[in-house]
Design a protein around this ligand. Structure first.
Ligand code: PGA
Length: 256
């Protein structure tokens, strides 16, 4: 059975003092939850802080982006090995905010994905359609194209060491979450598309839902057969909300 995974995406939030309070409370809040896995993806400057506070706990830490290159003249860039030096296990790749505001393409996201895996990181690869694309009935076309950008270049086998995330753009940061049924439909589409290449990998790959996930909708989303956890933005910044979401994931694994 696939384990549930809850990943907090802090985006560009945090300060040293508030991070410390949040991470310490989070450690305590999830320490007895043994049936699901938990991660926080923090801004680069706070990765060392996350490492020192979370080491030895059941919360892993990661980054929100990486550069695909290594030891080159690229001002401001951070490589995969810099992340592993600080104990990161996960890195978000291809988040819609980066695709839109930093002009990442399917191609550059795929290159980052590959660099992450080569360094031993687990990429959390984000896909999702805009509101206009959904209205035009292009959801499967867009999500399929994003997924294929990985499979075509590297083969489906690389998904055995990755996590996928469906994050409809119209749900991210909007307070308009996908309904469990809407999300399930796309998750099933993603899993079936992977299964066309490799049924075993499709069965095992974790597919997270992200977009206005909160303590009141988490349990219903996590109860869907193809939703294996969540990528959580705003609700990961408030420790009680995040712990509630973690508990919902853990509970789903206990009862399933
Ligand atoms: P949100 O963000 O939970 O604030 O909607 C989710 C994400 O972008 O990962």
């Amino acid at each position: 059975m696939r384990r549930k995974l809850v990943v907090g995406n802090w985006k560009m939030n945090g300060r040293i003092a508030q991070n410390q309070a949040l991470l310490e409370a989070l450690k305590v809040g999830v320490k007895d939850l043994k049936h699901a896995d938990f991660v926080v993806c923090v801004p680069y400057p706070y990765i060392a802080q996350a490492q020192s506070l979370l080491q030895g706990s059941n919360v892993a830490w990661g980054a929100q982006n990486l550069c695909a290159n290594e030891n080159v003249a690229l001002t401001g860039a951070v490589s995969a090995y810099m992340l592993t030096d600080y104990g990161c296990r996960y890195v978000i790749v291809g988040h819609s905010e980066r695709r839109i505001q930093f002009h990442e393409t399917d191609d550059t996201a795929a290159t980052r994905f590959d660099a992450a895996e080569k360094a031993g990181l687990t990429p959390i690869f984000c896909m999702g359609e805009s509101a206009d694309e959904r209205e035009s009935d292009w959801t499967e076309y867009v999500v399929g194209r994003q997924l294929d950008s990985i499979i075509r270049r590297f083969g489906a086998a690389v998904l055995s060491k990755a996590v996928l995330a469906y994050e409809p753009l119209w749900a991210v940061g909007t307070d308009i979450p996908a309904t469990p049924e809407q999300a399930q439909k796309v998750h099933a589409f993603i899993r079936n598309r992977v299964a066309r290449c490799d049924a075993n990998i499709a069965k095992n790959v974790q597919i997270l839902y992200g977009g206005s996930l909160n303590p009141s909708n988490a349990a219903a989303l996590f109860a869907m057969p193809d939703i294996d956890g969540g990528l959580v933005g705003r609700s990961s910044l408030e420790v009680n909300s995040f712990v509630e979401i973690c508990k919902a994931a853990n509970q789903e694994c206990v009862t399933a």
